[in-house]
Design a protein around this ligand. Structure first.
Ligand code: ATP
Length: 325
Protein backbone atom coordinates (compact mmCIF):
# COMPACT_ATOMS: atom_id res chain seq x y z
CA UNK A 1 0.00 0.00 0.00
CA UNK A 2 1.41 3.39 -0.79
CA UNK A 3 1.38 5.60 2.29
CA UNK A 4 -0.07 9.03 1.71
CA UNK A 5 -0.13 10.80 5.07
CA UNK A 6 1.17 9.77 8.51
CA UNK A 7 -0.08 10.70 11.98
CA UNK A 8 1.68 10.43 15.35
CA UNK A 9 0.33 10.47 18.91
CA UNK A 10 1.46 9.81 22.48
CA UNK A 11 -0.79 7.85 24.82
CA UNK A 12 -0.96 6.40 28.33
CA UNK A 13 1.55 7.44 30.98
CA UNK A 14 4.00 10.08 29.78
CA UNK A 15 7.70 9.24 29.68
CA UNK A 16 10.85 11.33 29.19
CA UNK A 17 12.06 10.90 25.61
CA UNK A 18 8.58 10.91 24.05
CA UNK A 19 9.40 14.34 22.58
CA UNK A 20 12.63 13.02 21.08
CA UNK A 21 10.58 10.24 19.43
CA UNK A 22 7.96 12.73 18.12
CA UNK A 23 10.75 14.86 16.66
CA UNK A 24 12.32 11.83 14.97
CA UNK A 25 8.98 10.71 13.49
CA UNK A 26 8.12 14.18 12.18
CA UNK A 27 11.52 14.88 10.64
CA UNK A 28 11.76 11.42 9.07
CA UNK A 29 8.30 11.73 7.52
CA UNK A 30 9.30 15.12 6.08
CA UNK A 31 12.61 13.65 4.86
CA UNK A 32 10.54 11.13 2.85
CA UNK A 33 8.24 13.94 1.65
CA UNK A 34 5.18 12.68 3.51
CA UNK A 35 2.57 14.86 5.16
CA UNK A 36 2.70 14.36 8.94
CA UNK A 37 -0.04 15.15 11.48
CA UNK A 38 0.37 15.42 15.23
CA UNK A 39 -2.68 14.24 17.15
CA UNK A 40 -3.07 15.78 20.59
CA UNK A 41 -4.14 13.95 23.77
CA UNK A 42 -3.68 10.40 22.53
CA UNK A 43 -6.72 8.44 21.39
CA UNK A 44 -9.08 11.12 22.72
CA UNK A 45 -7.58 13.47 20.12
CA UNK A 46 -8.15 10.89 17.36
CA UNK A 47 -11.81 10.65 18.34
CA UNK A 48 -12.22 14.42 18.74
CA UNK A 49 -10.42 15.16 15.46
CA UNK A 50 -7.53 17.07 17.08
CA UNK A 51 -5.13 16.87 14.14
CA UNK A 52 -2.47 19.48 13.32
CA UNK A 53 -0.14 19.29 10.36
CA UNK A 54 3.47 19.54 11.53
CA UNK A 55 6.62 20.69 9.81
CA UNK A 56 10.26 20.47 10.69
CA UNK A 57 10.10 23.69 12.72
CA UNK A 58 7.14 22.45 14.79
CA UNK A 59 9.49 20.09 16.63
CA UNK A 60 12.46 22.39 17.10
CA UNK A 61 13.83 22.61 20.63
CA UNK A 62 11.91 19.63 22.02
CA UNK A 63 14.63 16.96 21.92
CA UNK A 64 15.81 17.72 25.46
CA UNK A 65 12.37 18.38 26.97
CA UNK A 66 10.59 15.92 29.27
CA UNK A 67 6.86 15.22 28.92
CA UNK A 68 5.14 15.24 25.54
CA UNK A 69 4.28 18.30 23.45
CA UNK A 70 1.41 16.33 21.92
CA UNK A 71 -0.01 15.73 25.45
CA UNK A 72 -1.15 12.31 26.54
CA UNK A 73 -4.43 10.90 27.79
CA UNK A 74 -6.13 7.75 28.95
CA UNK A 75 -9.18 7.44 26.70
CA UNK A 76 -12.04 5.27 27.88
CA UNK A 77 -14.02 6.00 24.70
CA UNK A 78 -11.33 4.40 22.54
CA UNK A 79 -11.93 1.14 24.37
CA UNK A 80 -15.34 1.00 22.66
CA UNK A 81 -15.86 -0.01 19.03
CA UNK A 82 -17.84 3.21 18.42
CA UNK A 83 -14.91 5.28 19.67
CA UNK A 84 -12.45 3.47 17.45
CA UNK A 85 -14.81 3.78 14.47
CA UNK A 86 -14.89 7.54 14.94
CA UNK A 87 -11.09 7.61 15.23
CA UNK A 88 -10.72 5.60 12.01
CA UNK A 89 -13.13 7.91 10.21
CA UNK A 90 -11.12 10.97 11.28
CA UNK A 91 -7.86 9.37 10.18
CA UNK A 92 -9.35 8.58 6.78
CA UNK A 93 -10.76 12.09 6.41
CA UNK A 94 -7.18 13.42 6.71
CA UNK A 95 -5.94 10.85 4.19
CA UNK A 96 -3.86 9.19 6.93
CA UNK A 97 -3.04 5.60 6.19
CA UNK A 98 -0.11 5.23 8.58
CA UNK A 99 -0.43 5.82 12.34
CA UNK A 100 2.50 5.83 14.76
CA UNK A 101 1.64 5.49 18.44
CA UNK A 102 4.09 6.11 21.27
CA UNK A 103 3.05 4.46 24.54
CA UNK A 104 2.82 1.25 26.54
CA UNK A 105 0.89 -2.00 26.35
CA UNK A 106 -2.56 -0.38 26.65
CA UNK A 107 -1.72 1.96 23.79
CA UNK A 108 -0.58 -1.00 21.70
CA UNK A 109 -3.78 -2.93 22.48
CA UNK A 110 -5.77 -0.03 21.06
CA UNK A 111 -3.50 0.28 18.00
CA UNK A 112 -3.79 -3.43 17.29
CA UNK A 113 -7.59 -3.17 17.31
CA UNK A 114 -7.47 -0.21 14.93
CA UNK A 115 -5.36 -2.29 12.55
CA UNK A 116 -7.57 -5.36 12.89
CA UNK A 117 -10.98 -3.69 12.70
CA UNK A 118 -10.31 -0.88 10.21
CA UNK A 119 -7.18 -2.02 8.35
CA UNK A 120 -5.27 1.10 9.33
CA UNK A 121 -1.50 0.49 9.24
CA UNK A 122 -0.07 1.11 12.74
CA UNK A 123 3.39 0.98 14.28
CA UNK A 124 4.16 1.29 17.98
CA UNK A 125 7.15 2.95 19.63
CA UNK A 126 7.69 1.72 23.20
CA UNK A 127 7.35 4.80 25.42
CA UNK A 128 6.93 3.94 29.08
CA UNK A 129 9.16 4.30 32.13
CA UNK A 130 8.26 0.75 33.22
CA UNK A 131 10.44 -1.11 30.64
CA UNK A 132 7.82 -3.88 30.69
CA UNK A 133 7.40 -4.49 26.95
CA UNK A 134 8.60 -7.67 25.30
CA UNK A 135 10.66 -7.09 22.13
CA UNK A 136 12.98 -4.33 23.27
CA UNK A 137 15.78 -4.15 25.81
CA UNK A 138 14.85 -0.57 26.66
CA UNK A 139 11.61 1.35 26.47
CA UNK A 140 11.91 5.12 26.03
CA UNK A 141 11.85 6.81 29.43
CA UNK A 142 13.11 3.93 31.52
CA UNK A 143 16.74 5.05 31.60
CA UNK A 144 15.83 8.62 32.55
CA UNK A 145 13.42 7.43 35.27
CA UNK A 146 16.06 5.12 36.74
CA UNK A 147 18.62 7.92 36.76
CA UNK A 148 16.13 10.20 38.50
CA UNK A 149 15.53 7.51 41.12
CA UNK A 150 19.22 7.00 41.84
CA UNK A 151 19.77 10.75 42.13
CA UNK A 152 16.97 10.88 44.71
CA UNK A 153 18.20 7.83 46.62
CA UNK A 154 21.74 9.25 46.73
CA UNK A 155 20.29 12.29 48.48
CA UNK A 156 18.24 10.10 50.81
CA UNK A 157 21.44 8.20 51.61
CA UNK A 158 23.08 11.43 52.79
CA UNK A 159 20.37 12.09 55.35
CA UNK A 160 20.10 8.40 56.28
CA UNK A 161 23.85 8.38 57.04
CA UNK A 162 23.51 11.41 59.27
CA UNK A 163 20.92 9.74 61.49
CA UNK A 164 21.72 6.01 61.25
CA UNK A 165 18.36 5.40 59.62
CA UNK A 166 16.72 2.74 57.56
CA UNK A 167 14.87 4.21 54.59
CA UNK A 168 12.19 2.36 52.66
CA UNK A 169 11.92 3.97 49.24
CA UNK A 170 8.95 3.20 47.01
CA UNK A 171 9.51 3.57 43.27
CA UNK A 172 7.10 3.24 40.34
CA UNK A 173 6.31 -0.19 38.89
CA UNK A 174 2.80 -1.56 39.44
CA UNK A 175 3.46 -4.77 37.51
CA UNK A 176 7.18 -4.61 36.73
CA UNK A 177 10.23 -4.18 38.94
CA UNK A 178 12.79 -2.98 36.39
CA UNK A 179 13.21 0.48 37.95
CA UNK A 180 13.42 -0.96 41.48
CA UNK A 181 15.95 -3.59 40.47
CA UNK A 182 18.36 -1.34 38.59
CA UNK A 183 18.05 1.51 41.07
CA UNK A 184 18.52 -0.91 43.97
CA UNK A 185 21.78 -2.24 42.55
CA UNK A 186 22.97 1.24 41.61
CA UNK A 187 22.40 2.64 45.11
CA UNK A 188 23.65 -0.31 47.15
CA UNK A 189 20.22 -1.24 48.52
CA UNK A 190 20.11 -3.83 51.28
CA UNK A 191 16.92 -5.38 49.88
CA UNK A 192 14.86 -4.97 46.71
CA UNK A 193 11.21 -6.01 46.76
CA UNK A 194 9.63 -6.68 43.38
CA UNK A 195 6.19 -7.44 41.90
CA UNK A 196 7.62 -10.41 39.99
CA UNK A 197 8.53 -12.50 43.02
CA UNK A 198 7.45 -13.35 46.52
CA UNK A 199 9.62 -11.96 49.29
CA UNK A 200 8.75 -13.41 52.68
CA UNK A 201 8.75 -11.37 55.88
CA UNK A 202 11.46 -13.71 57.18
CA UNK A 203 13.66 -12.97 54.19
CA UNK A 204 13.14 -9.26 54.68
CA UNK A 205 13.93 -9.47 58.40
CA UNK A 206 17.06 -11.53 57.62
CA UNK A 207 18.26 -8.71 55.37
CA UNK A 208 17.56 -6.11 58.04
CA UNK A 209 19.43 -8.22 60.58
CA UNK A 210 22.34 -8.56 58.14
CA UNK A 211 22.48 -4.79 57.89
CA UNK A 212 22.43 -4.44 61.69
CA UNK A 213 25.11 -7.12 62.21
CA UNK A 214 27.39 -5.43 59.70
CA UNK A 215 26.93 -2.18 61.61
CA UNK A 216 25.95 -0.33 58.46
CA UNK A 217 25.51 3.38 59.07
CA UNK A 218 22.41 3.54 56.89
CA UNK A 219 20.27 1.09 55.01
CA UNK A 220 18.04 1.47 52.00
CA UNK A 221 15.26 -0.91 51.01
CA UNK A 222 13.84 -0.27 47.53
CA UNK A 223 10.28 -1.44 46.92
CA UNK A 224 8.36 -1.36 43.66
CA UNK A 225 4.82 -0.05 44.17
CA UNK A 226 3.25 -3.32 42.94
CA UNK A 227 5.33 -5.56 45.22
CA UNK A 228 3.58 -8.50 46.86
CA UNK A 229 4.59 -7.78 50.46
CA UNK A 230 2.61 -4.59 51.03
CA UNK A 231 2.86 -0.82 51.14
CA UNK A 232 6.11 0.68 52.42
CA UNK A 233 4.24 1.62 55.62
CA UNK A 234 3.14 -2.00 56.13
CA UNK A 235 6.69 -3.16 55.46
CA UNK A 236 7.96 -0.60 57.99
CA UNK A 237 5.47 -1.94 60.62
CA UNK A 238 6.66 -5.49 60.02
CA UNK A 239 10.26 -4.46 60.65
CA UNK A 240 9.32 -2.40 63.71
CA UNK A 241 7.47 -5.33 65.23
CA UNK A 242 10.83 -7.15 65.42
CA UNK A 243 13.10 -4.10 65.87
CA UNK A 244 10.95 -1.60 67.82
CA UNK A 245 13.82 0.85 68.33
CA UNK A 246 14.87 1.03 64.73
CA UNK A 247 14.67 4.50 63.15
CA UNK A 248 12.73 3.90 59.93
CA UNK A 249 11.53 6.46 57.39
CA UNK A 250 9.41 5.94 54.29
CA UNK A 251 9.83 7.93 51.08
CA UNK A 252 7.48 7.55 48.11
CA UNK A 253 9.16 9.05 45.07
CA UNK A 254 6.00 9.31 42.95
CA UNK A 255 5.67 11.43 39.83
CA UNK A 256 9.12 12.98 40.00
CA UNK A 257 10.12 9.74 38.20
CA UNK A 258 8.19 10.72 35.08
CA UNK A 259 9.75 14.14 34.59
CA UNK A 260 13.04 15.64 33.50
CA UNK A 261 15.21 15.94 30.46
CA UNK A 262 15.84 12.55 28.82
CA UNK A 263 19.23 10.87 29.20
CA UNK A 264 21.56 10.23 26.25
CA UNK A 265 20.33 6.63 25.98
CA UNK A 266 16.67 7.67 25.85
CA UNK A 267 17.37 10.38 23.28
CA UNK A 268 19.40 8.08 21.07
CA UNK A 269 16.93 5.18 21.31
CA UNK A 270 13.98 7.51 20.67
CA UNK A 271 15.75 8.86 17.58
CA UNK A 272 16.56 5.40 16.23
CA UNK A 273 13.05 4.09 16.91
CA UNK A 274 11.35 7.18 15.46
CA UNK A 275 13.21 6.80 12.17
CA UNK A 276 12.56 3.04 12.15
CA UNK A 277 8.84 3.52 12.77
CA UNK A 278 8.41 5.80 9.76
CA UNK A 279 10.64 3.66 7.53
CA UNK A 280 8.74 0.57 8.71
CA UNK A 281 5.38 2.03 7.82
CA UNK A 282 6.66 3.19 4.42
CA UNK A 283 7.84 -0.39 3.82
CA UNK A 284 4.38 -1.84 4.49
CA UNK A 285 5.04 -3.01 8.05
CA UNK A 286 2.03 -2.82 10.34
CA UNK A 287 0.71 -4.11 13.65
CA UNK A 288 4.28 -4.16 15.01
CA UNK A 289 6.36 -2.44 17.66
CA UNK A 290 9.83 -1.10 16.93
CA UNK A 291 12.42 -2.28 19.42
CA UNK A 292 16.12 -2.62 20.07
CA UNK A 293 17.40 -6.04 21.08
CA UNK A 294 21.14 -6.36 21.66
CA UNK A 295 21.51 -3.01 19.89
CA UNK A 296 19.79 -4.37 16.81
CA UNK A 297 16.56 -3.00 15.41
CA UNK A 298 13.69 -5.52 15.59
CA UNK A 299 9.97 -5.37 14.78
CA UNK A 300 7.77 -7.43 17.11
CA UNK A 301 4.05 -8.04 16.54
CA UNK A 302 2.04 -5.83 18.88
CA UNK A 303 0.22 -8.79 20.37
CA UNK A 304 3.52 -10.45 21.23
CA UNK A 305 4.89 -7.24 22.73
CA UNK A 306 1.77 -6.98 24.90
CA UNK A 307 1.20 -10.56 25.99
CA UNK A 308 4.74 -11.87 26.43
CA UNK A 309 6.38 -10.84 29.64
CA UNK A 310 9.56 -8.77 29.38
CA UNK A 311 12.13 -10.84 31.29
CA UNK A 312 13.47 -9.33 34.49
CA UNK A 313 17.03 -10.19 35.50
CA UNK A 314 16.49 -11.64 38.97
CA UNK A 315 20.24 -12.31 39.17
CA UNK A 316 20.65 -8.57 39.80
CA UNK A 317 18.84 -8.97 43.13
CA UNK A 318 21.34 -11.60 44.25
CA UNK A 319 24.18 -9.31 43.17
CA UNK A 320 22.68 -6.44 45.18
CA UNK A 321 22.55 -8.64 48.28
CA UNK A 322 26.18 -9.74 47.96
CA UNK A 323 27.35 -6.19 47.45
CA UNK A 324 25.32 -4.58 50.23
CA UNK A 325 26.85 -6.66 53.02
P1 ATP B 1 1.74 2.98 30.59
O1 ATP B 1 2.46 1.66 30.52
O2 ATP B 1 2.70 4.12 30.76
O3 ATP B 1 0.61 3.01 31.57
P2 ATP B 1 -0.13 2.44 28.49
O4 ATP B 1 -0.11 2.69 27.04
O5 ATP B 1 -0.15 0.99 28.93
O6 ATP B 1 1.08 3.23 29.14
P3 ATP B 1 -2.91 2.72 29.28
O7 ATP B 1 -3.61 3.81 30.02
O8 ATP B 1 -3.04 1.33 29.77
O9 ATP B 1 -1.38 3.19 29.15
O10 ATP B 1 -3.45 2.73 27.76
C1 ATP B 1 -3.46 3.93 27.02
C2 ATP B 1 -4.73 4.03 26.23
O11 ATP B 1 -4.78 2.95 25.29
C3 ATP B 1 -6.02 3.90 27.03
O12 ATP B 1 -6.40 5.11 27.63
C4 ATP B 1 -7.02 3.49 25.94
O13 ATP B 1 -7.43 4.60 25.20
C5 ATP B 1 -6.14 2.59 25.06
N1 ATP B 1 -6.41 1.20 25.44
C6 ATP B 1 -5.94 0.53 26.53
N2 ATP B 1 -6.48 -0.71 26.60
C7 ATP B 1 -7.30 -0.82 25.54
C8 ATP B 1 -8.19 -1.85 25.06
N3 ATP B 1 -8.29 -3.02 25.69
N4 ATP B 1 -8.88 -1.60 23.93
C9 ATP B 1 -8.78 -0.43 23.27
N5 ATP B 1 -7.99 0.58 23.69
C10 ATP B 1 -7.27 0.40 24.78
Amino acid sequence: MSIKNIAVLTSGGDAPGMNAAIRAVVRTAIFYKKKIYGVSRGYDGLIENSFAELDSKSVKGILAQGGTVLKSARSSLFKTKEGREKAAKNLKSHGVNGLIVIGGDGTFTGAHLLHEEFRIPVIGIPGTIDNDLFGTDFTIGYDTATNTVINCIDKIRDTANSHNRLFIVEVMGRDAGFIALSAGVATGALEIILPEMNTSIDELLDSVQRGAENKKISNIIVVAEGNRLGTPFEISSEILSKYPNMDIKVTILGHVQRGGSPTTLDRVNASIMGVAAVEGILNDKSDVMVGLLNNKLEYTFLQQAIYNKAPIDIELRRIAKILST
